[in-house]
Design a protein around this ligand. Structure first.
Ligand SMILES: [Zn+2]
Length: 140
């Protein structure tokens, strides 16, 4: 995985490329054709290295953006989450949404809406919440 060392390597490659380009520019017509060809090859090599290193950095930034987005979403969510009767509820002002599965949120940080189940028997009506993701049931 690219890290701060990759940035240093990219900067070093770009500095090499700049130095070579400056050398060619300052030398003007005094350089031999073979020498110019060699310097251009070095320049292309340094730029290719920098390109690869910058692509790695780009990948790292994309990965970090995704991580930040997920963490922000979790922080926003946790602020409004209430734990009650073994389930989570989302509260925003007067509005209340839920319930959501305790197991799924605690283990996987996922808010999975619970489904209400109801069965009537001779000795009464039973209600429960069930999670379709992990099959856990909660008393309603
Ligand atoms: Zn669940």
């Amino acid at each position: 995985m690219p890290d701060i060392g990759t940035i240093a390597a990219a900067l070093s490659s770009l500095k090499s490329a700049t130095d070579i380009a400056k050398f060619i520019s300052d030398s003007g017509v005094s350089l031999e054709k073979a020498e110019v060809k060699l310097k251009f090859a070095e320049l292309v090599g340094a730029l290719a290295d920098a390109k690869i290193e910058i692509a790695e950095i780009q990948g790292l930034l994309i990965e970090k953006d995704e991580e930040i987005r997920a963490l922000k979403a979790k922080v926003d969510l946790t602020g409004n989450l209430v734990f009650e009767n073994r389930c989570y509820w989302k509260e925003e002002g007067e509005k209340r949404d839920g319930p959501f599965c305790q197991r799924c949120y605690d283990v996987e940080s996922r808010l999975v809406r619970l489904q209400l189940g109801k069965r009537t028997r001779e000795n009464g009506t039973f209600r429960w919440y069930s999670c379709k993701a992990c099959d856990k049931n909660y008393d309603a």
